[in-house]
Design a protein around this ligand. Structure first.
Ligand code: MG
Length: 271
């Protein structure tokens, strides 16, 4: 991965100035929850010589550091733009941009009501579902992740829950109950992965990061991005890439996995 350390031209001096390539993380740059391949990182650093690159993922920065960085290479040095939590936290050339926060948006009182309802609901579920572990609610900066079985579940236990959920629609019913209980909270629910669902303010999906891209031109040294590409695997309705993939500001590319992402990039950049 010698090229990862190669000198990166400033954003305003990239040969394809004003063009940015944005990528989803899981199943687009990396296998689900796992690390990106050296080939992928090398390819990204190659195209970075020509265009601006960024990733946008639902998890937080530490998870993406695990998946995309190495102990000696911070993920912020591998991408021009890092958008953890869909861009609610953001980095441009390693420098943090303005961030947004779920609780300050919703308010402490409403948040408490919401959490109380979830914990009661999960407590009642415990009789019904085959296993319960721990960490049922994970608070992230821009969203809340709710898991009826608990995020501590092992790989095997996750599979077991998924099977149960496919039959009994535990998550679907949970989301329905939340929608009915808090119709005026302005929240969006997204069932993804094996064991949980995300809750975030409506509009705080992956399109959120586009405000940083659009605002770039207002920064000192900023770039006016007129061509925004997005690559993602969950681009159909209900998937967590759907909104940004369909957004009129982006050119969407659907991928079947990291191998396919590499194949498409090689094709586009004639590598
Ligand atoms: Mg994905």
């Amino acid at each position: 991965m010698a090229s990862v350390g190669a000198v990166i031209p400033p954003l305003k001096d990239r040969p394809m100035k004003g063009v940015i390539y944005l990528f989803d993380v899981d199943e687009t740059l990396t296998p689900a929850r796992l690390h990106a391949s050296p080939e992928m990182l090398t390819l990204l650093s190659t195209i970075r010589q020509r265009v601006a690159i960024g990733y946008v993922g639902g998890s937080d920065l530490s998870k993406q550091q695990e998946q995309l960085g190495t102990p000696s290479i911070p993920v912020q040095s591998l991408f021009d733009y890092c958008f953890p939590e869909n861009g609610l936290t953001a980095f441009r050339m390693g420098v943090p941009l303005e961030s947004a926060n779920f609780i300050s948006w919703l308010g402490e009182e409403k948040y408490k009501k919401f959490v109380r309802f979830c914990l009661r609901y999960i407590a009642d579920l415990a009789d019904e579902i085959p296993i319960v572990r721990g960490t049922f609610i994970e608070f992230r900066n821009g969203m809340v992740n709710v898991s009826p079985v608990g995020r501590n579940a092992s790989t095997e236990e996750r599979k077991e829950f998924t099977k149960f959920d496919d039959e009994h629609h535990v998550r679907e019913k949970f989301v329905k109950a939340l929608r009915e209980e808090f119709p005026d909270f302005g929240l969006t629910y997204s069932i993804g992965g094996q064991i949980s669902f995300d809750v975030f303010p409506t509009g705080w999906d992956k399109t959120y990061c586009l405000r940083h891209v659009e605002n770039d031109q207002n920064l000192p040294d900023g770039v006016d991005y007129h061509e925004i590409h997005f690559f993602g695997d969950k681009t159909s309705k209900g998937g967590n890439d759907y909104e940004i993939y369909e957004d009129s500001r982006t050119i969407g590319h659907n991928v079947k996995g990291p191998e396919d992402t590499m194949a498409q990039l090689k094709e586009i950049f004639k590598l």
